[in-house]
Write a protein that binds this ligand. Sequence first.
Ligand code: ADP
Ligand code: MG
Length: 288
Amino acid sequence: ATMPPLLSAIANAGRHGVLAKSAVVMERLAQVDAVALDKTGTLTEGTPRVTALRPLPGSGLDEDALLALAAAAEHPSEHPLARAITAAARERGLVLADATAFSSAPGTGVTATVKGQEIRVGAPARLLPDDDPTELEKEGHTVVVVLRDGDPVGYLGLADRPRPGAAATVAALTAHTGRPPVLLTGDNAPAARRLADEVGITEVRAGLLPQDKAAAVREWESAGRKVLLVGDGVNDAPALAAAHTGVAMGRAGSDLALETADAVVVRDELATLPAVLHLARRARRLVI
Ligand code: ADP
Ligand code: MG
């Protein structure tokens, strides 16, 4: 009780599972008047599941062969979509070939050599030059395309659930800042729209690369807003750095996101954020 107000605010935030890196962060959280949320792993649970397998005619692949190829290339990746794809292959008892020369591009996908062939798995909008939205995309699936030596051989559909209480958190953040949070995502627009509708978000920016997320944040900042950005991925790091205040999801968050953020939601409980914003404001009133 004898603690200075800012320190007790940090301690209180800690009790809510939000770890602020310094007292200055509480002051910045108190100023926040706009919120931008990443989709996968932040607003959603981040444990998507494979919901559709569509080998292309002429690829010579059936569903299992397509999944095995994608999973082999994704095996080294920590991305939530990669984990979903390898888990689906495991569930079907598929044996994965070794992958070499693995690389990943945030917001785009992965590349690896599998059985002497170059396999790429990722966003159709990034990997296919003139991509028309597939039926899977129009239905609101997250969709990745699989390329073998440059040629598309099939599509995978994936779906993720909103975190429990996501709609209530969005409502509380709306009440706190006076405007609904905005959804920023690298995923396709229909999938983003579908999730936004489920949780009460109106403004969506989809198909974004990491630098696009940062540009959107800078756009709002230069319009005078003090943006709280919440994210979890490597792809969120530039936006976390650009925002007035960056908060990372702690449990599934990438190391880069954790390093870049000003505060960390330790147990991934997005629902604690509105309370922490409130107590940051209250502490400021006590200090001033
Ligand atoms: P979000 O902004 O929702 O967190 P990301 O920026 O991580 O999403 O990913 C955006 C899109 O890039 C995904 O929907 C997917 O199409 C593609 N992508 C990124 N990483 C991978 C990966 N490891 N495997 C397949 N696709 C990927
Ligand atoms: Mg994410």
